[in-house]
Write a protein that binds this ligand. Structure first.
Ligand code: NAD
Length: 376
C-alpha cells in the first residue's frame, strides 16, 4: 500500500505501509486452514498487519454470541477479511454466522471462480467459470413461517387453496435494486477481467414475477455493455445440464441467491471438488474472502484437509489488495504443487487411502518452498 510521506527537507517519498487484514480463524478445520493460508500469503513477502477476530461455535461461551461485535468492527476498520469456515448448527440456536456476516456488512455479491488446475482428478479439463451469486435476498432473507403459525395460516388463506394447510412457508423476495446491482457487478467484473460473456440464470418460466424481474433487470443492465460483453439467459435446470455437458461454453454466470449457491457447488465439483474452490463475499465497504467448503468438523485438528481453497482465497485477496505479482506467484506455486501430485492431501490423490498423501501443513510447506524459490 504505497503512500506519500513527508521526508525531512519537505520532499515526498513513497513508503509501503502494510495492508491491514482481519483474520477470522473460524471453527472445525477453519483454524488450521487459515493458519496455513496465512503462512503461504506471508511467504510472498507482501506486508500485512493481521487483526485476529474470533467467531463461531467455539467462542459462544466466551462472548455469549458466535458473532461478537468486535468482528464486524474489525472488518469495517480494515475493509478486508480472510475467513475460515464456521459451523452452522442444524435446527435450533443461531441461524448462520456466515449469513449474518454477509447481511451485517451488506456483502451483496458472492464471487466464486471455478478453474481447472492440471493434476486434479476431473473429467473436465477446460473449465474456467466465474459464478456471481446475489447474497442478500431470495430464500436466504430468512423470512420463514413455521407450520401452524398465525403468519403461515394467513398466507395459506390468501393463497385461496393453492397451499396445503399443513405447510411451513418461506418467502422469496427478489428486488429490482438487488438484481440490477448483482448483474452490474457481474458485467463490471467481466470488463475488468477480460471476460467475454455474462449468462443470467433463473427460472422465470415458473416464477414469473420474482425470477421474471431478475431477467428483466439483467437485460436492462446488459444493454449498457452492448458490444463489449455478450449477454444471454438460461433457465437454471437447463444450466445445470449444460454445465455438466459443455462447461467450456460458459464464462461469467449471474444468479439469485439460492440458484447461485447450488450452481457454485456444481461448478466446484467440475473442477475437482470443495477442497480447491475459493470464494469472496463483496460489498461496497468490505470484502470477506472465504472458501466454498464448510468447517468439515470430522477432520478438525487432524492436519488432513486440503489447504488449496483457503490459499486460493489468499490469491484472490492479494489481487484485491493490488498485489498482482504476489498473487500470480502464489497461484502458480499452488498449481505447480497440484500438477506434480506428490505433496498433496488425500483428496487430490487417485486413491483417497493413498499412504503417500501429505497433511495440510506439508502441502502448504511445498507451496511455500516454490514461492521462496520463485519456481512455480
Ligand atoms: P463441508 O464442506 O464442511 O464438508 C463436506 C465434505 O467435503 C467433508 O466431509 C470433506 O469430505 C470435504 N471437504 C470439505 N472441505 C475440504 C477440504 N478443505 N479438503 C478436503 N476435503 C474437504 O460441508 P458440510 O459438512 O455440509 O458442512 C459442515 C459445516 O460447515 C456446517 O455446519 C455448514 O453449515 C458449515 N458451512 C460453513 C460455510 C462457511 O463458513 N462459509 C460454508 C459451507 C458450510
Amino acid at each position: 500500500m504505497p503512500v506519500n510521506q513527508a521526508r525531512p527537507g519537505g520532499q515526498l517519498a513513497e513508503v509501503a505501509l502494510p495492508h491491514r487484514v482481519t483474520l477470522i480463524p473460524g471453527d472445525g478445520t477453519g483454524p488450521e486452514l487459515v493458519a496455513q493460508a496465512r503462512r503461504a500469503i506471508v511467504a510472498t513477502g507482501v506486508e500485512i498487519e493481521w487483526e485476529t477476530a474470533e467467531a463461531g461455535a467455539d467462542v459462544m461461551d466466551k462472548y455469549g454470541t458466535p458473532l461478537p461485535e468486535g468482528v464486524i468492527e474489525s472488518i469495517r476498520r480494515t475493509g478486508v477479511a480472510l475467513k475460515g469456515p464456521i459451523t452452522t448448527p442444524i435446527g435450533a440456536g443461531f441461524r448462520s454466522v456466515n449469513v449474518a456476516l454477509r447481511q451485517r456488512l451488506n456483502l451483496f455479491a458472492c464471487l466464486r471462480p471455478c478453474k481447472y488446475y492440471p493434476g486434479i482428478r476431473s473429467p473436465y479439463h477446460n473449465v474456467d467459470l466465474v459464478i456471481v451469486r446475489e447474497n442478500t435476498e431470495d430464500l436466504y432473507a430468512g423470512v420463514e413461517f413455521d407450520v401452524g403459525s398465525p403468519e403461515a395460516c394467513k398466507i395459506i388463506e390468501m393463497s385461496a387453496g393453492k397451499i396445503a394447510t399443513d405447510s411451513a412457508i418461506s418467502i422469496k423476495p427478489i428486488s429490482e435494486t438487488a438484481s440490477r446491482r448483482i448483474v452490474k457487478f457481474a458485467f463490471d467484473y467481466a470488463v475488468e477481467h477480460g471476460r467475454r460473456k455474462v449468462t443470467a440464470v433463473a427460472k422465470a418460466n415458473i416464477m414469473k414475477f420474482t425470477d421474471g424481474l431478475f431477467f428483466r433487470a439483467a437485460r436492462e443492465v446488459a444493454s449498457a455493455y452492448d458490444g463489449r460483453v455478450e449477454y444471454e439467459e438460461r433457465l437454471v435446470d437447463n444450466m445445470c445440464m449444460q454445465l455438466v455437458q459443455k462447461p467450456e461454453l460458459y464464462d461469467v454466470l449471474a444468479l439469485p441467491n439460492l440458484y447461485g449457491d447450488i450452481v457454485s457447488d456444481l461448478a466446484a465439483g467440475l473442477v475437482g471438488g470443495l477442497g480447491v474452490a475459493p470464494g469472496a463475499n463483496i460489498g461496497d465497504q468490505a470484502v470477506v474472502f472465504e472458501a466454498i467448503h464448510g468447517s468439515a468438523p470430522k477432520y478438525k485438528g487432524l492436519n488432513k484437509v486440503n489447504p488449496t481453497a483457503m490459499i486460493l482465497c489468499g490469491v484472490l485477496m492479494l489481487r484485491h489488495l493490488g498485489e498482482t505479482p504476489a498473487a500470480q506467484q502464489l497461484e502458480a506455486a499452488t498449481a505447480a504443487v497440484i500438477a506434480e501430485g506428490k505433496h498433496v492431501t488425500y483428496d487430490l490423490k487417485p486413491d483417497r487411502d493413498d499412504p503417500t498423501a501429505v497433511g495440510t501443513r506439508e502441502m502448504t510447506d511445498a507451496i511455500i518452498a516454490r514461492v521462496a524459490r520463485g519456481d512455480p
